[in-house]
Ligand binder design. Structure first.
Ligand SMILES: [Zn+2]
Ligand SMILES: [Zn+2]
Length: 294
């Protein structure tokens, strides 16, 4: 059976794999298709597309956005997005700037706690435009200031710990809209992890296309629960490992995979979204006689 892992991170966000390493790992796991879903970034997509093509693995460009609804953080996956879309790129650049400011603020808080970490050390380690808390945690371990990543999060970086800094977030509806503007398919990521069932009906109204039913942090019962919700709200089903490379021990890529038929339904929805965008483009809404005939 052909299988796909539709939730992966690279070193363009907080993963450790390069595009080439991701493609090699996907080949090792015999995956027919993979999607790259870096946080607030699409930078890794062109390189991963090339690396996958060389191994005859189908590649789906994607991203993972952070939003907030009723005080809960939630993540939105965008699949088959147009990675050149100007409004998407503008918004991603803004999110990346916010992330970089947040690193400075977290480091300042650590310094006030007499933890001598420098922002430069975090940026050097992250070496990407979308740095986040995992990079601060890794820098703390690398500098010998924490024994491991768990200690870094438990002592300093988890929500409401002394170096935690709240993050700007858009609303769930805005995130769905941004993905649709970039002609992508909008999927709610790992709802079992964020425990955000109550926001799903509102997101369906905002145009949500799918739910990530299968995920590393979803055991059988949550997966079944979200499959039932997907059926009730007529949503697409996706799944993936949320692999971040080797940052947390063994790579997760390929440990959660979905049958290829889910890629086909995603693709069909993507085609509908792209057709609708074309019908609403300024050129198509001109009266027929205003378009010059060749
Ligand atoms: Zn996530
Ligand atoms: Zn993720």
């Amino acid at each position: 059976m052909r299988l796909a892992d539709l939730h992966l991170h690279s070193h363009f966000s907080d993963g450790t794999y390069s595009p080439e390493e991701l493609a090699a790992q996907a080949q090792r796991c015999r995956l027919a298709a993979i999607a790259l879903t870096d946080h607030d970034s699409v930078e890794g997509c062109p390189g991963t597309a090339v690396a996958c093509a060389a191994k005859e693995i189908e590649f789906i460009p994607g991203t993972e956005l952070t939003a907030e609804q009723d005080g809960n953080e939630l993540h939105l996956l965008g699949y088959f997005i147009d990675t050149q879309n100007p409004s998407l790129l503008r918004r991603l650049a803004r999110f990346q700037a916010v992330r970089q400011d947040r690193i400075h603020e977290m480091v300042a808080r650590l310094n006030r706690l007499k933890v001598p970490l420098s922002a430069e050390a975090v940026f050097a380690l992250a070496s990407c435009r979308a740095p986040g808390r995992p990079h601060v945690a890794r820098a703390l371990v690398q500098a010998g200031l924490c024994v491991n990543l768990d200690e870094a999060f438990e002592r300093f970086l988890k929500k409401n710990r002394p170096a935690w800094v709240p993050k700007f977030k858009m609303s769930a509806a805005e995130a769905v809209d941004l993905i649709h503007q970039a002609q992508g398919v909008a999927v709610l990521a790992h709802p079992g992890l964020n425990r955000t069932d109550q926001v799903i009906p509102g997101m369906v109204e905002a145009g949500l296309d799918g739910i990530e039913c299968f995920h590393t942090k979803h055991s059988t019962a949550p997966s079944q629960h979200y499959l039932a919700l997907a059926a009730r709200f007529h949503l697409l089903v996706t799944g993936g490992s949320d692999c971040h490379g080797l940052s947390k021990g063994k790579p997760l890529i390929g440990t959660v995979k979905v049958p290829y038929q889910h890629v086909e339904t995603l693709k069909a929805r993507s085609a509908e979204i792209k057709t609708a965008a074309l019908l609403h483009s300024p050129l198509m809404s001109l009266p027929a006689n205003a378009v010059e005939k060749p």
